[in-house]
Structure formats: C-alpha cells, structure tokens
Design a protein around this ligand. Structure first.
Ligand code: 26Q
Length: 817
C-alpha cells in the first residue's frame, strides 16, 4: 500500500538521518552496538517529532478557533501499539520502511518490540481508543481523560491448560509516546468531614478532606488519518503529596514512614481486570473519583481561562461518560459549581445536565455499578450529601407532577434500599445527563424496556442510540495491508479517505472470478502467517488451507465459548465415526482472558485446552480438525488473527451482548459471521444481507419469553438430541480429562439444571448453521462472493460514522464534519 505517492529520496534520507541522530543523542548508542530495542526507541522518537509538529499546529488552531471541546472520560483506553499507527496516519510508513531498510533494520521486527498499551479490558476500552482516533480524523477538538495505570491488563499464561495471571509491565523500558507534565497537577481529596456556615442567608459547605493525593498529567498525542489533526489523551498518575514521613522515619519506623505514600500511589497502580462489576472495592471507587476530579478541575480551568465564566460551559464543553465508571462526575461537577464557584443549586444543575452525557454498555444486572452508602459517606462525604440532595429534588419534582406510585419512586431513586443502602451509579449518570445512549439498536431498545424503563418514561427524549464502530485505519489498513492493497487497486486511493461510501464500490467485484481468486489469495497469505505464529506459540501445526473458525474475546458465559466447544466435540465425534467422509478441514481458534476471580470462565479455558490436546493428538482426525487456544489475547494478537479468519463466531445469548465490535472487524476483513441476532449483529445483517451470514438461534424476544415462562428444561433438550447428549456425556465422564475425570461434572450438570445462557437450547440450530458453513465453503465461488460482499458492505461500521453521530446529535460540535 502506498499512502504517499511522492516519496522523495530526501524524505527517506531525512528520516534515516533523524533516526541516527535520535539513536546517538537520545538513546546514547552508536549504530554498531545498538540493540533492536534501541532502534525501536530511536525510530519512535523520530516519528514522534513529526507527530509533535502536527500536534502543536492543531492545538494552536483549536485555541484560536474557539470550537466547542469534547471530553471523553473513560477508565479504559485499550490502545495497543502506536508506532505503525502513527507512521501510517502521518503518511510516512513507506518512507520510514525505506529509510530503515537502508540502515539494515527490518521494521517488522522492530514493530513487534513495542509493548501494547493494554489500559483496558475489552470492547469498552478499545471503543474509547477507536473514538480518539476518529475524533482526530474528523478534526473534532477532543481530549481523552483516564488513568495512566502502571500495570495494564494482566498477561495470561497457560500452564497445563489453566490460565495464570502475571503482572503486565508495559513501562519497563519507558514510553516514548507520552509527555509527563509535572506542572499540570491537582490535589485530590478523600475522606474527612463537611461543615456548613450561613453566608448571607445561604448555606455554604466546606469539605475538610483528610487525605490529599496528587494527580500528575501524562499526555499522549493521538494522530488522525493523514495527520488531519492531533488530539491529546491525558492520563493521570497518582503521586503522594510527600514521598515519605520524615519524622516517622527518623523515629525508626522505616516501613510505616512510606505507608501513606504507597496507599496514595496505589490508585494508579493497576487496571481492574474485571469486565463486570465485583462488589464495591474501595480502591476502585478511589480510582473513579481520582480521575474524574482531576479531569473536571483541568477542563474547568481551561474553560475559565478561555471564556472567563462557567456560565457558558454547556455551550463550549461536552463531557461524555464512558459507562458509569466516571458517573461520580455528576456529583463532583455539582460540588465544584456550588461549593467552589458559588453557583445556585438550580443553575448548577442546569449547567451539569447540559454538559454531561452518558453511554451505557451493558444490561447485565451484575455489571451495573452500585456503591454502599457507608463507603461513599466515608470516602466522599460531601458527594454523598449532594447525591441525597439530587435525589430529593428528583423525587420532589415527581411528586409535584402528581406521581405517587411507590414502585416507580423506588425504581428511579438514586438509592437502592433493598440490599443494604447503595448508590445506583446508572441512575445518577442518567439523571445528571441530557443524553443517554446505547451502543446498538437492539441494546438501546432493551435499555428502554428494562434497566431504564421507568426513567425512560419520565425522560423519553434523553435515550438515543449510537451504534458502535471501529477505526478502519487500524483494523484494515494497518492490520491487513494485503487486502487494503487489493481494495485500493480496485477502487483507487480515494477509498482510503472515504471507505464509508466507497467500499460499496467493491460489490461488482464480487461477481468477478479473478477478483475473488485474489481476495482468497490474500487471505491464504495471512493464514500462512498466522499458522506460523500458532506453531511458534503453542506448537500446533495447522494447514492454512483449512477453514479458520475463530472466536476471540473476553471469556464470559454469556458469550458462550462453551457452545463453540460443544460444537467442536460434536464435530470431533462425527469425524471419528466416519473419517472417510468428505469433511471440510477446520481449525478452531480461540483466545481470550478470564477475570482472575471468574472460576467458571477459567474452567472453560481449561476445557478448551483439554479438548485441543485430545483432538490434536488423535490420528483419526488428523488433517480434518485442529483446536488451538492462543494465550494472552490482546490488541496486537487481534491484529494478526482477524485478517486470517474465515469464520467469525459471534454467538452470545441474544439480548446480552450490547453491541460487539470484533464482529465488525472480522466482517470488514472479509470473514463470514456465524452468529445470533444480538447486539450489532442485527444491524450487520441489515447491511450485509442475511444470505451472506449464518444467523441462528433464539431471538432476544424468544429468550425473554422462555425466561418468563420458566419451563425451559435443558436436560429434556439434551435427551432429545442424541448428538448433544453424547457430547455432554463425553465431557462429563472425563473423555477429555482422564487425569481428573470429575473435572467437568459440575460444569455439565450445571448446564442441565440451570442453563442460564441457553446453550443447550441453541445447540441444534448452531449445528445446522455450521453445516451451512461447510456447504458454502465447499462452493468457493459462493463463499468468496459472500466474503467480498462482507467487506464491501461494512462501511457503515466505521467509527467515523459513529463519532459524526455523537458530534451532531449529542455534542453539537458538528459544523461540516
Ligand atoms: C466495573 C466495576 C469494577 C471493575 C470493573 C468494571 C468493568 C470494567 C470493564 C465493567 C465493565 C467493563 C467493560 C465492559 C465492556 O467492555 N463492554 C462491552 O462494550 C463494548 C463497547 O460498547 C460492547 O461492544 C460490548 O458488547 C460490551 O460487552
């Protein structure tokens, strides 16, 4: 792919010299003795200089232009690597490649040395990263705010089939992309008590916090496509006010002297590795408040400096809350406006609601954050008062509207009274925002009917949908240069600037045998690369000509990796029973991390590995079925797996996956989807056409109906399906765990007794859909026609489209984006 048609020799020479200068004067190595890592640092620093030129220019412009600013508050930014991303978006990837070749340095080898910035768990964190890139591409003046975790998501190692977690240390060799800003720092308070004085007939509150923690800013520039603009991702690190307590140290308490500092700094130490809430951990609440308070102070300071008053806050600032994790912003913004800046309550509330908006990412009850009132009172006493006040105003206004329905008042309250008193962060975020959005059409619809049913009744205009998207720069151009080259050859360079509209131009090519052949050929090359990686990482040899059937995502029961594994075993049995039949050779590829405390998910990983060992060692199915569990799934591994996938597994229980985003990445790269009508799969099927996907199983409505009827009996289904029954019995009886035959009895019995996620109910439909997959695969013209059409029709799932919708409908920052 050539993004820069006119690479002059000079640019190449200039880049080469810049790298050599950085190597010498910044890294302190001479080229003769430089390690690969020294080269990485020198190249990153040379690239960074280009980024900075654009960054300064953009920052100056956005101050001059006086545009409205968007603030994206998120506890997670799952960025991955930045070297190729920056070079590619700056349009100097080929220049750099050539320059490095002249220095005898292979950019591919260097690329792999960069650690992933894994400051997120999964979809929600990756979405924030895609959004940052799209906002830069569209020239929206945006700032991301989050935490600079010293340790990102844990490294997963598989020992004897079991997941083990190791600390992740992405900062060990420094981080060339960030700028520490010690001068941008705020003191964040915790604990203590509140006093009130009467000032001119008005109560004024003072929060005397007991413990102060310093926030230090670290800025990372985020480059948009073709360097269009460069925004800032500002991440906060927690630092103790004083390094240690000198008097205690001198008095001989050499450990205690450091305790307070360690406690303060623990706030930015590690990312919480759960993708759903676990009962109120104090440190998590401290993280949430710490980054919200620092970010709000920072943006209010910027606003005041530019505009002189906070009266115009909603006019010039939009703050998007990424899930409820930053929902304490509602109370903190009220506190700052009322206690610090002297606003009347009503006016402050207007400004708050006018500025904040909230994105919901899940309907799972266990993932909706609530905090014990007692903890909140102890850690954030003034915020707890403010939350009570917001609640009182809210309930009063309902009563004033003649609403006395106790059930309704109970359900829309900020305080949950049933299971000990807890603050409902979802309701707080809802009340404090002018916009609440879901992340796919189905999810938004279900939000209206379930979690926010009663609040929706009160504020119907607030809920809206913004279906997720992905940045094509990373997920097509960088991850799959071969397919990108083919697309550019067919449609011209312009497709890179406007894939949303121009990718459709690929449709007629789906009818051309020669184009389909080349489409299949690029896939085969990507599969060869992945096959090599599989051999290196897990020692399994796979045939690149087999169908690569892929499920990669966090391990969660609702995502139903177990359904995939049941199919794997059923297929294994079928092949063993009739090894001579014309089977479609298949490689099942799985990857994903389980939260450390999620035992069932970890057992599913073990099962995948047990099945893999048994199947891969069985000579009867050799060449027909292989099973691979790739350890340590992360953004970089996704970039290697997705372009090599033939079949994308998106098989969650309908109604439970808010959107999904890997589904879009796979389709863009031309994989066919086997999936349920869940999340964004529904809209994908509308764009792509049902006939080019393999949709199966219960719909969200049917799942709901079965739950309500309460008569679903998985065991009866299993008895009726000899195929399913055989699979369950084999797993249950230790066919894959002869070292510990009882390992899976609990898992399988659990499935029969309360199959919460309707695995058994969907098994037969899934099996049938997989048969259709095989039939299509046997007919390459049909398969590759569908594959081309998947790429051609996925343009709408660009995060540029999503961001344009946020910009136009929620943030109102759109002039002509
Ligand atoms: C909450 C409290 C304490 C500790 C951790 C958490 C926590 C952390 C991460 C809760 C949830 C998450 C992440 C959720 C997530 O990734 N959701 C996914 O968001 C995607 C983007 O919208 C959707 O596509 C997925 O469907 C949704 O599962």
């Amino acid at each position: 792919m050539t993004q820069e048609p006119t690479v002059s020799v000079n640019d190449v020479a200039a880049f080469r010299e810049a790298v050599l200068r950085k190597l010498t004067y910044s890294v302190g190595k001479d080229p003769e003795h430089a390690f690969d890592h020294d080269w990485f640092e020198a190249i990153a620093l040379a690239t960074r200089d280009h980024v900075i030129d654009h960054w300064m220019e953009h920052t100056r412009q956005s101050y001059r232009g006086g545009q409205k600013r968007v603030y994206y508050l998120s506890l997670e930014f799952l960025i991955g690597r930045l070297l190729i991303d920056s070079l590619s978006n700056l349009g100097i990837l080929d220049t750099a490649r050539q320059a490095l070749a002249e220095l005898d340095v292979d950019i591919e080898r260097i690329r792999a040395l960069e650690p992933d910035a894994a400051l997120g768990n999964g979809g929600l964190g990756r979405l924030a990263a895609c959004f940052m890139e799209s906002m830069s591409t569209l020239g929206i003046a945006a700032h991301g705010y989050g935490i600079r975790y010293e340790h990102g998501l844990f490294r997963q190692v598989i020992v004897d089939g079991w997941q083990h977690e190791q600390t992740e240390t992405w900062l060990d060799f420094g981080n060339p992309w960030e700028f520490e800003r010690p001068e941008v720092s705020y003191l964040i308070g915790f604990g203590g008590h509140v006093t009130a004085v009467n000032e001119n007939g008005r109560q004024k509150h003072f929060w005397h916090w007991a413990e102060g923690v310093r926030s230090i800013a670290y800025d990372t520039p985020i480059v948009g496509w073709r360097g269009a603009s460069v925004n800032t991702l500002r991440l906060w690190r927690a630092r103790a006010e004083a390094d240690f307590h000198l008097e205690r140290f001198n008095a001989g308490d050499h450990i205690g002297a450091f305790a307070e500092g360690a406690r303060a700094e623990s706030i930015s130490r590690v990312l919480y590795p759960n993708d759903s809430t676990e009962a109120g951990q104090e440190l998590r609440l401290r993280q949430e408040y710490f980054f919200v308070a620092a970010s709000l102070q920072d943006l209010l300071r910027r606003h005041l400096k530019q505009r002189g008053t906070l009266d115009s806050l909603p006019q010039f600032a939009s703050i998007q809350l990424n899930d409820t994790h930053p929902a304490i912003a509602v109370a903190e913004l009220m506190r700052l406006l009322v206690d610090v800046h002297g606003y009347e309550w009503e006016r402050a509330w207007e400004l708050t609601v006018g500025t904040l908006s909230y994105t919901n990412h899940t309907l799972l009850p266990e993932a909706l954050e609530t905090w014990p009132v007692g903890l909140m009172e102890r850690l954030l006493p003034r915020h707890m008062q403010i939350i009570y006040l917001i609640n009182a105003h809210h309930i009063d206004s309902l009563r004033a509207r003649d609403n006395h329905n106790i059930e309704l008042l109970r359900s829309v309250s900020l305080i949950e009274e049933d299971h000990g008193r807890r603050v409902r962060m979802g309701n707080l975020a809802f009340l404090g925002s002018h916009s609440i959005n879901g992340v796919s059409a189905l999810h938004t619809e279900l939000m209206r009917k379930t979690v926010f049913r009663d609040l929706y009744g009160l504020y119907p205009e607030r809920i809206n949908n913004k279906t997720n998207g992905i940045t094509f720069r990373r997920w097509l151009y960088q991850a799959n240069p071969k397919l990108t080259g083919l697309v550019v050859e067919a449609l011209g360079e312009a497709v890179l600037d406007s894939p949303e509209s121009l990718l459709r131009g690929l449709e007629p090519f789906a009818e051309q045998a020669e184009f389909r052949r080349r489409f299949a050929e690029q896939r085969l090359e990507n599969k060869r690369v992945l096959a090599r990686l599989i051999r290196e990482r897990v020692g399994v040899t796979v045939d690149p000509n087999a169908l690569f059937d892929v499920q990669v995502k966090r391990i969660h029961e609702y995502k139903r990796q177990l359904l995939n594994l049941l199919h794997t075993v059923a297929l294994y049995h079928a092949i063993r029973n009739d090894p001579g039949a014309p089977w479609v050779p298949r490689v099942k590829i799985l990857a994903g991390k389980a939260a450390a405390s999620y035992h069932q998910a970890k057992l599913i990983i073990k099962l995948a590995n047990d099945i893999a060992r048994t199947v891969n060692d069985d000579p009867t199915v050799r060449g027909l079925l292989k099973v691979v569990f790739l350890p340590n799934y992360n953004v970089s591994l996704a970039e290697q797996i997705i372009p090599a996938a033939d079949l994308s597994e998106q098989i969650s229980t309908a109604g439970l996956e808010a959107s999904g985003t890997s589904n879009m990445k796979f389709a863009l790269n031309g994989a066919l989807t086997i999936g349920t009508l869940d999340g964004a799969n529904v809209e994908m099927s509308e764009q792509i056409g049902l006939e080019h996907m393999f949709i199966f199983g219960l719909t969200a409505q049917q799942v709901e109906a079965r739950k309500r009827a309460g008569e679903y009996n998985a065991e009866a289904i299993a008895i009726e399906s000899p195929r399913l029954n055989e699979v369950l019995e084999a797993i249950r009886n230790g066919a894959f765990s002869s070292d510990d035959p009882g390992r899976y009895t609990g898992l399988i019995d659990g499935l029969k007794w309360h199959d919460t996620f309707f695995v058994c109910a969907d098994f037969e439909a899934y099996w049938q859909a997989q048969l259709e997959v095989e039939a299509r695969w046997r007919d390459p013209a049909r398969w590759w026609r569908s594959a081309v059409l998947n790429t051609a029709r996925t343009g709408w799932f660009s995060s540029d489209r999503t961001i344009r919708q946020y910009a136009g409908e929620i943030w109102k920052v759109l002039d002509d984006k």
